[in-house]
Ligand binder design. Structure first.
Ligand code: GLN
Length: 495
C-alpha cells in the first residue's frame, strides 16, 4: 500500500487517519511545513512564517494526540494543521493584526477558539496575513504587503482574511480561521474558491479576537468542502462565559449527520442585488447555481429588500464608530510600539506613537468613527445608522417569517480584482462588500461556496444566509449543492 499523502486528504479524513494511527501527526506537520516553505513567499499568505516556532508548538500537541490515541479517544481534529488569522490570539505568539503598531506584541493567552482547537487535537499552523486591523476588502491594507490570489498572482486574494483564504486554496493548510465584520471571511473565500462560513453573531466566542466592530465581529472558517467546514464549526462554536455576547447554546453536534433534503425548501433571491454593478459572469454562474438548487428540489423566488441599499453607509458608520473606540487602547503605553522620539510629553507620546504605528486606512476610519460619535453629529450619523440597521434586520427577518428557509445572493459583485485597482479609491473598495454586509448588520449566519470560474479563470462564490442559529440549514443545503456539482475538486488552483 502506498503511504498516504497528507496534502491530498480532507481535514475530516486526515483526523480519521491520525486517530486510527495510519498517519502520524508529525508526518502531516512535516508535509504541510514543506508546502508552506515552498509557497508562502510567493503568495505572502503568512506574517513572519517561523517554521521552527510552529513545529515547536506542534511538538507539544503530539504527545497529547498520542495519549488520546492510546486511550482510544477520538479527537475531531487530530493532527489537522490550521492557519490562524493574525488577529486571533495564540498564547505567547505574536499577534500583529497586520499592523506595524503591534509588530512586537505577544498574546498573553489563547483565544477561546484556539483553546478549543488545541483540545480537539489540531496543529496551530502559522499566522495569516490580513488587512490592518481587518479594515479592507483586498488584503492590500496589510503593512506586511498584500496576499496575492493563488489562481492569478496579479489579482487580490480578497480581504480582510486574504491570507487565510489563499492559504486554504493553495493547500498550505486544510483549514483556517478568519474574522468577518462585514464580509472578511466570505469575500476572500469567494475570490479564492473555498468555502467560508460566518456563523451567527454570538455563536462562536470572540474572546481573544482583537476587536474591530464589536457588534458585527464574528470568527469564521475556511475549508475546501462543506464537510470540513462543519467539522471546524462544531469544534469552535458554543457558549463561552468569557464573552458576554456569546449565545447560551450548547456546541453543535452531528450537523451533517442524518438524511436531509432540499425538497420543499424555499430560497429567496434579492432583487436589488441582481442589478447594476453585478458582473455578467457572476450573474450567469449565480443563475446556474440557482438552477442546481431548483433541480435538487428547492423553489427559488425573488424578493425585494429595499433597505439593503443603505447597507454600505450604515455599516461604515457603525463599524468605524466601534473601531474608533476599540482602537483607542493602542496608545504606545500598554500595547504596541512606542515612539522613539525624545523629549515628548504624554499627550505627544500618544499622538506620535499612533501616527507612526497605524496605516492610512486605519487612520481614516478612526477619524470617521470619531466624527460620527462626536456630540454634534451623534444623532445625525451614529444614532440614525443604528435605526436603519434595525430596519435592515427586520426586513431580513420578514423574509424568513414569510416562510423562506434561505436567502441566496452572489458573495461579491465581481471576481478577484487586480492588485492596485481599488487602492486609490476607498469608495470603490467599500462597494465590493455590498452583498456581504447585511448578514453582519442582521447578525445572521452566512456561507460562501464556490460555484464556478469566470472567463479569466478566477473563482466565483455564492452566498446563503439563514435565520439566526440556522447554521445547520446553511451547511446542509450547501452540501447538497456540492454533491450535485460532483464536489469541489475543480476549485483547486494548479500550484
Ligand atoms: N471590508 C469590510 C471593511 O473594511 C469588512 C472587513 C471585515 O469583515 N473585517 O470593514
Amino acid at each position: 500500500m502506498r503511504p498516504l499523502d497528507p496534502l491530498a486528504l480532507s481535514a475530516s479524513v486526515l483526523a480519521q487517519e491520525v486517530n486510527a494511527g495510519s498517519l502520524k501527526a508529525q508526518d502531516v506537520a512535516a508535509a504541510y511545513a514543506r508546502r508552506v516553505e515552498n509557497l508562502h513567499r510567493e503568495l505572502n499568505t503568512h506574517i513572519e512564517w517561523d517554521k521552527d516556532a510552529v513545529l515547536n508548538e506542534v511538538d507539544k500537541q503530539l504527545a497529547y494526540i498520542e495519549a488520546a490515541r492510546y486511550a482510544q479517544k477520538n479527537l475531531p481534529l487530530a493532527g489537522v494543521p490550521i492557519a490562524i488569522k493574525d488577529n486571533i490570539m495564540v498564547d505567547s505568539q505574536r499577534v500583529s493584526c497586520g499592523s506595524q503598531l503591534l509588530r512586537n506584541h505577544r498574546a498573553a493567552y489563547d483565544a477561546t477558539v484556539v483553546q478549543k482547537l488545541k483540545a480537539a487535537g489540531a496543529l496551530i499552523f502559522g499566522r495569516t496575513n490580513m488587512d490592518e486591523f481587518a479594515m479592507g476588502s483586498s488584503c492590500e491594507n496589510s503593512s506586511y504587503g498584500p496576499t496575492v490570489n493563488p489562481w492569478n498572482r496579479r489579482h487580490v486574494a480578497g480581504g480582510s482574511s486574504g491570507g487565510s483564504a489563499a492559504a486554504v486554496a493553495a493547500r498550505l493548510a486544510p483549514l483556517a480561521l478568519g474574522s468577518d465584520t462585514g464580509g472578511s471571511v466570505r469575500q476572500p473565500a469567494s475570490f479564492c474558491g473555498v468555502v467560508g462560513l460566518k456563523p451567527t453573531y454570538g455563536r462562536v466566542s470572540r474572546y481573544g479576537l482583537v476587536a474591530y466592530g464589536s457588534s458585527l465581529d464574528q470568527i469564521g472558517t475556511f475549508a475546501t468542502s462543506v464537510e470540513d467546514t462543519a467539522l471546524l464549526y462544531e469544534v469552535i462554536a458554543g457558549h463561552d462565559p468569557s464573552d458576554s455576547t456569546s449565545a447560551r447554546l450548547p456546541a453543535p453536534q452531528g450537523t451533517l449527520g442524518s438524511a436531509w433534503t432540499l425538497k420543499g425548501k424555499r430560497l429567496a433571491m434579492i432583487k436589488e442585488f441582481m442589478a447594476e454593478g453585478l458582473d455578467e459572469d457572476v450573474r450567469t454562474h449565480f443563475e446556474q447555481a440557482m438552477q442546481v438548487y431548483r433541480e435538487a428540489g428547492a423553489t427559488v423566488e425573488t424578493v425585494s429588500l429595499p433597505h439593503l441599499a443603505h447597507s454600505i453607509p450604515v455599516y461604515y458608520i457603525i463599524a468605524t464608530a466601534e473601531a474608533s473606540s476599540n482602537l483607542a487602547r493602542f496608545d504606545g503605553i500598554r500595547y504596541g510600539v512606542r515612539t522613539q522620539k525624545p523629549g515628548v510629553s504624554l499627550r505627544e507620546l500618544y499622538v506620535q506613537s499612533r501616527s507612526e504605528g497605524f496605516g492610512r486606512e486605519v487612520k481614516q476610519r478612526i477619524m470617521l468613527g470619531t466624527y460620527v460619535l462626536s456630540s454634534g453629529y451623534y444623532d445625525a450619523y451614529y444614532a440614525k445608522a443604528n435605526r436603519i440597521r434595525e430596519m435592515i434586520r427586520r426586513e431580513i427577518q420578514g423574509v424568513f417569517e414569510q416562510g423562506f428557509d434561505l436567502i441566496a445572493a452572489p458573495t461579491a459583485p465581481t471576481t478577484a480584482f487586480e492588485l492596485g485597482q481599488k487602492t486609490q479609491d476607498s469608495l470603490a473598495m467599500y462597494l465590493s462588500d455590498i452583498y456581504t454586509l447585511a448578514a453582519n448588520l442582521a447578525g445572521i449566519p452566512a456561507l460562501s461556496q464556490p460555484i464556478g470560474l469566470c472567463r479569466k479563470g478566477l473563482p466565483i462564490g455564492m452566498q446563503l444566509m439563514a435565520p439566526a442559529f440556522g447554521e445547520e440549514t446553511l451547511l446542509r443545503s450547501a452540501q447538497v449543492y456540492e454533491q450535485q456539482i460532483n464536489g469541489t475538486e475543480k476549485f483547486r488552483p494548479r500550484i
